[in-house]
Design a protein around this ligand. Structure first.
Ligand code: GDP
Ligand code: MG
Length: 389
C-alpha cells in the first residue's frame, strides 16, 4: 500500500515545554501511522498564543509551505484543534489537505468501527464535528436559492446543509437511544456478578491483560484504538467468578464529540464495581497519561470508584542508572522500577501493582489482589450470602 506522506505540526507554549511537545508529536506520529499516513517531518513552533487567522506565525507557515512544495507533500497534520477560520486560511496558503488532531482521531475511530453501535456512535461524532465547520467546505457554494424542494425561501446552500446534518444528528441520537436501551437490558440480564472494568490510555495493554486473564481472544495490536467495542468475559479466580470488561482506550484531547457519543460504550465503566486502570510504565509520558485517564473518567462522571492502578509493561521499562558520585540532579530517566513502586505504593497503598501482561510476570500477585478486592465487594453487596468463600 502506498502511504500518504505527512508533515506533523506542534507548538511549544509556556505550559507545554519542548520535550513535552516532542512527546506529543511522537504520539501524533503514532496516530498518523495508525490512520495510514507516513509522517516524514515534524515542525515545532514556539508560540504562546496561536495566530487566530493562520495558527502558526508567518515565517513558520512559509517554511512549512516551502518544505511541502519541495517534497511534494499533500497532507499536513496539526496536533492542536484548528478553528474553521484557521483551517480555511491554512488550506489556502499551504494548498494541502489539512487535518487536525480531532479529525485524525475521528478518522481512526471510523476505520475501526465494526458493529452497528460503534458505527452509529462514530457517525454521530463526525457530524457533530462537521456541523460548525461547514462554512469551510461550502463557502464557494454559498448563494441565495429559491424555495425549491426541502429548502425554505431564501435559504442558502449552507443553511440547507446545516439543516440536513441537524436532522441526521437527531436521527442518529434516536438510533443510539434505542441501542442504549437494549444494552441496558443486556447488562441487567447479566446477573449479580461483580463487574470489573479495564480502563486506561490507548495502547497501555488492556486487551492483552484481558486475554491473559480470561484466556480469550480480544484483538490486541500495537496500534491506537485497536478495540472500540466493549468486550465482556467471565473470569474465575480461585472459586470466585466476576465479569471483566475491556473498553475503548482514552487519549489526550479525545474529541469531546466522541466522548459524548461513546456514552453507551462507557456505561460499562460507569456501572462497574471496580476499575483496573492500566498504565504503560514503559512510556516516558506515563504520568501525564494517568492524568489524562483520570480527567476523562471525571468527564464521564466516574469518580470515587474503587480502583487499582496496574502498571503494565514492566518488561519494557528502561532507565539509566546514575553513578553515586554524579552530581547532576536525578531526572525521570534515572528512576528505577523499584523507586516507582515505592512512590506509588505510598500514594495508593495496596491498590497498585506492577506487572507485565505480555509475559505474565507478577500475575500471581495480581490474581491475589483481584481476588481480595472482588471478595470484599461481594461481601459488601451480599452480607448474608458468603457461602462462596
Ligand atoms: P490496549 O490498547 O490498551 O488494549 O493495548 P493492547 O492490549 O492492544 O496492547 C498494545 C500493545 O502493547 C500490543 O502490541 C501489545 O502486545 C503490547 N503489550 C501489552 N502488554 C505488554 C507488556 O506487558 N509488555 C510489552 N512489552 N508489551 C505489551
Ligand atoms: Mg484494546
Amino acid at each position: 500500500m502506498d502511504l500518504e506522506n505527512a508533515i506533523l505540526i506542534g507548538v511549544v507554549t509556556h505550559d507545554q515545554n519542548k520535550s513535552r511537545a516532542e512527546e506529543y508529536l511522537d504520539e501524533l506520529a503514532f496516530l498518523a501511522k495508525t490512520a495510514g499516513a507516513n509522517p516524514v517531518k515534524k515542525f515545532l513552533q514556539k508560540l504562546n498564543v496561536p495566530n487566530n487567522k493562520t495558527f502558526l506565525g508567518k515565517g513558520k507557515i512559509d517554511e512549512v509551505r516551502q518544505y511541502a512544495k519541495a517534497e511534494e507533500i499533500e497532507l499536513i497534520i496539526f496536533d492542536d484543534d484548528l478553528t474553521p477560520v484557521q483551517l480555511r486560511n491554512i488550506e489556502r496558503i499551504l494548498e494541502c489537505k489539512i487535518l487536525d488532531r480531532s479529525n485524525l482521531i475521528l478518522d481512526i475511530f471510523a476505520s475501526r468501527a465494526r458493529t452497528a453501535n460503534a458505527k452509529t456512535q462514530v457517525e454521530l461524532a463526525q457530524y457533530q464535528y462537521l456541523l460548525p465547520r461547514l462554512t469551510r467546505m461550502w463557502t464557494h457554494l454559498e448563494r441565495q436559492k429559491g424555495g425549491i424542494g426541502m429548502r425554505g425561501p431564501g435559504e442558502t446552500q449552507i443553511e440547507t446543509d446545516r439543516r440536513i446534518i441537524g436532522q441526521k444528528i437527531a436521527l442518529l441520537k434516536k438510533k443510539l437511544e434505542k441501542i442504549d436501551k437494549q444494552k441496558t437490558t443486556q447488562r441487567k440480564g447479566r446477573g449479580d456478578m461483580i463487574r470489573v472494568a479495564l480502563v486506561g490510555y490507548t495502547n497501555a495493554g488492556k486487551s492483552t491483560l484481558m486475554n491473559q486473564l480470561s484466556k480469550s481472544d480480544v484483538f490486541a495490536e500495537d496500534k491506537l484504538f485497536a478495540t472500540l467495542e466493549t468486550t465482556i468475559r467471565k473470569v474465575v479466580i480461585g472459586n470466585l467468578p466476576f465479569l471483566l470488561a475491556d473498553t475503548v482506550g482514552f487519549i489526550r484531547k479525545l474529541p469531546h464529540q466522541l466522548v459524548d457519543s461513546f456514552k453507551s460504550t462507557l456505561d460499562e465503566v460507569r456501572e462497574s464495581d471496580l476499575l483496573l486502570h492500566i498504565v504503560d510504565i514503559s512510556n516516558p509520558n506515563f504520568e501525564n497519561q494517568i492524568e489524562v485517564v483520570n480527567q476523562t473518567l471525571a468527564e464521564i462522571d466516574v469518580i470515587d470508584k474503587p480502583l487499582i492502578l496496574v502498571f503494565n509493561k514492566t518488561d519494557a521499562y528502561s532507565y539509566t542508572e546514575k553513578e553515586d558520585d554524579d552530581l547532576t540532579p536525578k531526572t525521570k530517566e534515572n528512576i528505577s522500577l523499584e523507586e516507582w513502586k515505592n512512590t506509588w505504593i505510598s500514594k495508593m497503598e495496596d491498590n497498585t501493582i506492577f506487572i507485565s501482561a505480555l509475559n505474565k510476570s507478577n500475575f500471581d500477585s495480581l490474581r491475589d489482589l483481584l481476588y481480595d478486592k472482588v471478595k470484599q465487594l461481594h461481601i459488601k453487596r451480599y452480607p448474608y450470602n458468603n457461602f462462596l468463600y
